[in-house]
Design a protein around this ligand. Structure first.
Ligand SMILES: O=C(O)CCC(=O)C(=O)O
Length: 252
């Protein structure tokens, strides 16, 4: 990789289980991507995380495919997953506040090693199972809802009492505000969920790309790498899980 995750980013990701990176996508790109969502009929989404998901966006154009190997994010994936990271699956989330509010309960904990959710350190090297890169395509103001987590829970050693799995009335759950164009990267080992979206007339619009080590597959099947317009490197990142003679992802 041509540039590296900074020491401060490493400290924060290790400490919190997530990292916010500001200003990854510029305004013109965001404008085009939101227009693509409108063109593809991502309208009137429900405020239910299960029903507000959309897929297929890697076929929508270069702006979307560029998320696969986004230059600011690649060095971070390289550090926290390893040089042979792969994209396992991807979906978008859209939510409105003028329909029945509904959140998605907290899920996953540090102890789920066998399920692909893990966070461990060997010396000063972090290792992760599934890692989520979530792009805010619209502003996510403080208190609006959306992604929330219990910072530091990816290292919890003891079983979490069930009351801390609630997204509401949970003193440990923190919503993570973001500006359009910011990214939050988090390990799935972090206890996290979705707070109900409360803003009327302003949608949550996010794209979530989920990566994992080259030896692991989370989804039932790998994503198709037969999508038109993919670069050689993007195709490589979409390859299925295998180990023998797996090549490292090139920086450029
Ligand atoms: O972004 C969100 O609202 C939460 C996403 C989530 O729960 C997940 O990626 O597993």
């Amino acid at each position: 990789m041509s540039f590296k995750m900074t020491d401060e980013q490493k400290f924060l990701f290790d400490l919190q289980g997530y990292l916010r990176v500001e200003g990854v996508l510029d305004d013109e790109t965001l404008e085009r991507m939101r227009a693509d969502m409108d063109t593809h009929g991502i309208q009137n989404p429900e405020n239910d995380p299960g029903k507000s998901r959309f897929g297929g966006f890697l076929s929508w154009g270069d702006d979307w495919r560029a998320l696969i190997d986004q230059p600011t994010i690649m060095p971070i994936l390289n550090e926290i997953i390893g040089a042979r990271f792969r994209l396992d699956h991807a979906y978008g989330m859209a939510a409105r506040g003028d329909v029945e509010p509904s959140g998605q309960g907290m899920h996953h904990t540090a102890g789920m090693f066998g399920h692909g959710c893990f966070y461990v350190n060997h010396g000063r090297q972090m290792h992760n199972g599934l890692v989520v890169v979530s792009y805010a395509l619209n502003d996510i103001p403080a208190g609006a809802g959306g992604f929330c987590c219990i910072p530091g829970s990816h290292k919890a050693l003891f079983e979490m009492p069930s009351k801390y799995y609630r997204v509401e009335d949970n003193p440990l759950a923190q919503q993570i505000p973001m500006n359009a164009g910011d990214v939050v990267i988090f390990t799935e080992a972090l206890t996290h969920g979705t707070m109900p979206w409360t803003l009327k007339g302003h949608e949550r619009r996010s794209a979530l790309l989920k990566y994992c080590p080259h030896y692991m597959q989370w989804a039932k099947a790998p994503m198709s790498s037969e999508i038109e317009g993919l670069t050689t490197r993007q195709r490589q990142i979409l390859e299925g899980a295998y180990v023998w003679q797996r090549e490292a992802i090139a920086a450029d």
